[in-house]
Design a binder for this molecule. Structure first.
Ligand code: ATP
Ligand code: MG
Length: 141
């Protein structure tokens, strides 16, 4: 059922927990492939002339990809930069659709310091609008 799994990460601790769950689940169900996605609107050459943002983005997907691959799972990494900053959730949804994934996994919260509400804007948007099954990981304290 879950042949292709998409894990969206911003490199936060909660997303790291979601990556761990993605690896475990992919292995348990015998998924064919896990796609690791980081959306980085500030990674375009115009906004990132010294490539710092692209380096960070590449590190984020590499780290997640390696931890999943170490479970013996086929992994592909993606950095998406062609979206406005307020449309990270839309980017995640669009890529889940175009990649035709069977399951999308993400964390409940991300890098934001403000932790007063259950979901961040990306997880909220994805839960509201995604047309594929979504698994939201709320990491334990
Ligand atoms: N740029 C991104 N690329 C890929 N996945 C992301 C990105 N930002 C967030 N996510 C995913 O969404 C989850 C929830 O993050 P979200 O950004 O919604 O929360 P937040 O940072 O706490 O709040 P907000 O960004 O709304 O201030 C993360 O754990 C991660 O899985
Ligand atoms: Mg965020």
């Amino acid at each position: 059922m879950y042949k292709k799994i998409l894990i969206a990460t911003d490199g936060s601790e909660t997303a790291d927990a979601a990556v761990e769950h993605a690896a475990y689940l992919a292995r348990a169900v015998g998924a064919d492939e896990v796609v690791v996605l980081h959306v980085c609107p500030a990674c375009t050459p115009e906004l990132d002339p010294d490539s710092k943002n692209r380096e960070t983005a590449a590190e984020i997907v590499k780290k997640a990809g390696e931890s999943i691959a170490s479970e013996g799972i086929v992994v592909r990494t993606l950095v998406e930069m062609h979206y406005p900053p307020e449309e990270v959730g839309e980017a995640v949804i669009d890529i889940a659709t175009s990649e035709n994934v069977d399951l999308l996994i993400l964390g409940s919260r991300g890098l934001s310091e403000f932790k007063g509400i259950l979901l961040g804007s990306v997880s909220h948007k994805v839960l509201q609008k995604a047309s594929c099954p979504v698994l939201v990981i709320k990491a334990g304290e």
